[in-house]
Design a protein around this ligand. Structure first.
Ligand SMILES: [Mn+2]
Length: 365
């Protein structure tokens, strides 16, 4: 039995947590749709038996009736794939939800909200257990009446929940307990970082990353269950990646040097495609004013998306500062630090950071 496991697509997301222009947010929303459609095409092309969607397929706050019809029509094309859905906390299933506004084709199964349910797929010799959320928070004990898996069949569990935090308001799950139940595969949603927990359990992660909290590769899980063995593979699938890069500078670098170093933080084709947060680190010459807005403007044509965080510290003119502040705390501080070893980079950093605080305090008086 072959399957694709996805979830946390968040179709319709507004990207309010990301520093996007309206146009870029719109473009990114279209990319979420594109990735959803590519996953469906892959499921059809690979002739998988099942496509599991482990919650947060869409953002109910922003989704429309037209949108859910588009989802239905996309599913309709994959008529030979059993599509199995458990709703999560962003696409909850209840009387008002869009899930209930359309008629789903027979090969689409949406789990109910009354507790853990079992669905049988006789021709695939497979039973699937699942549960859909009906509200935004959830601490249900889904397994209190669980009768155990069915011997001789492939047993699958699909859930949207949290195996990492027992105090989580988002369906806390006991990982060890789940692992001992004997499922051939447990497909999880909710945590957006893809994570193969064991050879029979995985978070698929968001196939298209949604913000700088979701850095690196994102994709889908492909699985094969054969003769009691489960094989899993994470397959990168996203259009773009969120990436964070540190760029080190020192007192010798001018504005153009810094721009140049930022441009070289990654390969050109990557820079044109991905979403970057650049962290400037190190010591900057005292005459150089780092204005990140200006730098972003200078780099906008090269990068698809760039944000710059300035973590640099200023290289002060120590002799002049000491002279000007002979009788106050700034002067005492410089002298005290000079008595330690200023060649030592830790001492120097401490000096510069301390001076920044002291000089800012003075400016505020
Ligand atoms: Mn989610």
């Amino acid at each position: 039995m072959r399957f694709i496991h996805t979830g946390d697509l968040h179709l319709g997301l507004q990207f309010k947590d990301v520093n996007f222009s309206r146009e870029k947010a719109r473009e990114r929303r279209l990319e979420l749709w594109d990735t959803f459609e590519r996953i469906m095409e892959k499921a059809i092309g690979d002739k998988v038996d099942f496509l599991f969607i482990a919650g947060d397929l869409f953002e109910e706050r922003y989704f429309t009736l037209g949108d859910i019809k588009r989802v239905r029509d996309t599913f309709a094309k994959a008529k030979d794939v059993n599509i199995v859905i458990t709703a999560g906390n962003h696409d909850t299933l209840n009387i008002n939800s869009l899930y209930n506004m359309v008629d789903w084709p027979p090969h689409v199964t949406i789990f109910g909200t009354e507790g853990l349910e079992k669905k049988e797929f006789t021709e695939k010799n497979t039973v699937i257990y699942g549960y859909s959320w009906d509200s935004g928070e959830n601490r249900r004990d889904l397994f209190k009446d669980f009768q155990g898996i069915e011997e001789g069949k492939i047993n699958i569990l699909i859930l949207h929940g949290d195996i990492f935090n027992r105090e989580s308001p988002y369906l806390p799950l006991d990982r060890n307990y789940l692992a001992e139940l004997g499922f051939d595969y447990i497909g999880l949603g909710h945590i957006h970082k893809p994570n193969i927990i064991s050879n029979r359990m995985a978070y698929c992660g968001s196939p298209e990353p949604l913000d700088f909290g979701e850095k690196g590769e994102h994709g889908i899980i492909e699985g094969l269950i054969e003769k009691g063995r489960t094989r899993l593979e994470f397959v990168p699938f996203s259009n773009r990646k969120f990436l964070e890069k540190k760029v080190e500078i020192d007192e010798s670098h001018g504005y153009l040097d810094i721009i140049d170093r930022i441009k070289k933080c990654d390969r050109e084709e990557e820079i044109r495609k991905n979403l970057y947060r650049i962290k400037l680190e190190g010591i900057v010459h005292r005459d150089l004013d780092i204005r990140v807005e200006d730098m972003v403007k200078s780099l906008e044509d090269e990068f698809y998306h760039i944000e710059i965080v300035d973590n640099t510290i200023i290289d002060y003119d120590l002799d002049r500062l000491e002279e000007e502040n002979r009788d106050n705390i700034i002067g005492y501080f410089i002298r005290a630090m000079k008595e330690k070893d200023l060649e030592d980079s830790i001492v120097r950093d401490a000096l510069y950071i301390g001076l920044e605080v002291l000089l800012k305090g003075r400016a505020g008086v």
